[in-house]
Design a protein around this ligand. Structure first.
Ligand code: IMP
Ligand code: MG
Length: 174
């Protein structure tokens, strides 16, 4: 396996600063709840939150998918749900990477039913090649068209989350 660095720590930090400013300007004094999607988003969430000049409340969710015996699709559930009530508040969901879009569209649907004032998405990586559901990322760290990415929270089989850069994982010497 080979790791090809796409973004180093200083590039990620610079981008988190820009996004932090953009998000702060966007919401201003409005009540905002920032939601970290575990586990992958933990590193990006931390850096992004530290770059805000506003004071949101924060919460965490974790999704898991399991095979549905009655259809070929997989089903998504919360393995950890939010604790803060989002009714009439602005919600910013912070994800590591949006790929096919299935997890985001599930999460948005569930959260929308709880009556927030608005929902937007921030994702460190917006990977468009395999998009199957129409999901629009409002605050994009870095757009990518292809590849399997690890580091800075992102895993391959639960490893490599600790890397402080973002790497394209090459499985063979193709
Ligand atoms: P989805 O395909 O948009 O539903 O993405 C589901 C989840 O798969 C993401 O939140 C990530 O946790 C994971 N994922 C998708 N692409 C990658 C990748 O390139 N590296 C690591 N994890 C990924
Ligand atoms: Mg994820």
């Amino acid at each position: 396996m080979k790791f090809i660095q796409l973004f180093d720590r200083s590039q990620i930090e610079a981008r988190a600063r820009e996004l932090g400013r953009e998000i702060s300007d966007h919401y201003g004094e409005e009540p905002l709840v920032c939601v970290c999607v575990l586990k992958g988003a933990y590193a990006f969430f931390t850096d992004l939150m530290r770059n805000l000049t506003i004071h949101p409340t924060m919460d965490f969710v974790r999704l898991s998918s399991y095979a549905d015996q009655t259809s070929r699709k997989s089903k998504m559930v919360f393995s950890k749900d939010m604790e803060i009530d989002i009714r009439d508040k602005h919600v910013l969901v912070v994800e590591d990477i949006v790929d096919t879009g299935h997890s985001m569209s599930f999460l948005l649907k569930v959260l929308e039913a709880r009556g927030p004032r608005s929902i937007k998405i921030a994702a460190m990586i917006d990977k468009t090649e395999r998009r199957e559901v129409d999901v629009n990322v409002d605050f994009v760290g870095f757009p990518l068209d292809r590849g399997y990415i690890v580091g800075y929270g992102l895993d391959y089989a639960e490893q490599y989350r600790e890397l402080d850069g973002i790497y394209d994982l090459k499985f063979s010497e193709a």
